[in-house]
Write a protein that binds this ligand. Structure first.
Ligand code: FPP
Length: 245
């Protein structure tokens, strides 16, 4: 079975309804609330991350079906290393599992993948799988899923500026843009933060200068395609002026 077909709720009518809306190019999601989702069920946090990982697949498949071009998810931040070692290794295991499945099915799904963040601190076997999936992705066009791992917005900017210094390039907006992890990817149109928290938590801080934010109390494992369509409807009613009038 294709990796992303595992997701539930890819209701054809909902896809049709979404397609009647103006679909943004790029949606970013902070996958927050997995721990609380598990706690509500009397389960360990790892159970919540596993549910989050499954929901990521469902949401990604839905986004592909409605014609979104870019989906970026925050899977692990530069600050998440502060969590207990077993939680960190549990998240890395889920990533490894996802990558193994993706490597098996990408040639069929044609869903391109890119990893954003400082990958140098990750286990070598995970980085190798990430690079393999990025290499396979180069053969295809269309929907791109960006997964942020050991990603921090501040770190992204610092690494970009260091690259400019080492290449002897001027520090300009254009040069910073082209040296960020997101180089070549348009800025997110919408950033969704589930779980009732109202902050950006070091996610895409440069890239979200004119992003529309959407906050929902829903915990990430429960964020459904139906709610996503509501969020896109809300986005359709926003007036984006980018500093103009
Ligand atoms: C935030 O919720 C979630 C994380 C730090 C981890 C997210 C990771 C996954 C969904 C799995 C791996 C990803 C992929 C793409 C396979 P939290 O734990 O802070 O929740 P809480 O605020 O309720 O405690």
């Amino acid at each position: 079975m294709a990796l992303f077909s595992k997701g539930k709720n890819n209701n054809d009518d909902l896809v049709t309804a979404a397609k009647s809306l103006k679909i943004p190019k790029h949606i970013a999601i902070i996958m927050d609330g997995n721990g609380r989702w598990a706690k509500k069920r009397g389960m360990p946090r790892s159970f919540g991350h596993a549910a989050g990982s499954e929901n990521f697949r469902r949401i990604a498949m839905f986004c592909k079906n409605i014609g979104l071009e870019y989906l970026t998810v925050y899977a692990f931040s530069t600050e998440n290393w502060k969590r207990p070692a077993d939680e960190v290794s549990g998240i890395l295991d889920l990533l490894r599992k996802y990558l193994d499945e993706a490597l098996d099915t990408m040639e069929k799904d044609h869903i391109r993948t890119r990893f954003l963040g400082d990958l140098s601190r990750l286990p070598a076997d995970i980085v190798e799988r990430m690079r393999k999936s990025e290499d396979i992705s180069k053969k295809y066009e269309g929907f791109l899923v960006c997964i942020c791992v050991n990603y921090g917005g501040r770190d992204d900017i610092v690494r970009a500026v260091k690259k400019l210094q080492s290449e002897g390039l001027a520090v300009s907006e254009e040069n910073i843009n082209s040296h960020l992890d997101t180089s070549g990817i348009p800025d997110p149109d919408i950033c969704i933060r589930p779980s009732g928290e109202y902050r950006i938590s070091n996610f895409l801080i440069w890239q979200s200068a004119y992003t529309e934010f959407y906050f929902t109390k829903t915990l990430f494992p429960d964020l459904s395609p139906i709610e996503l369509v509501d969020i896109i409807k809300d986005f359709n009613n926003r007036s984006r002026r980018f500093g103009g009038i």
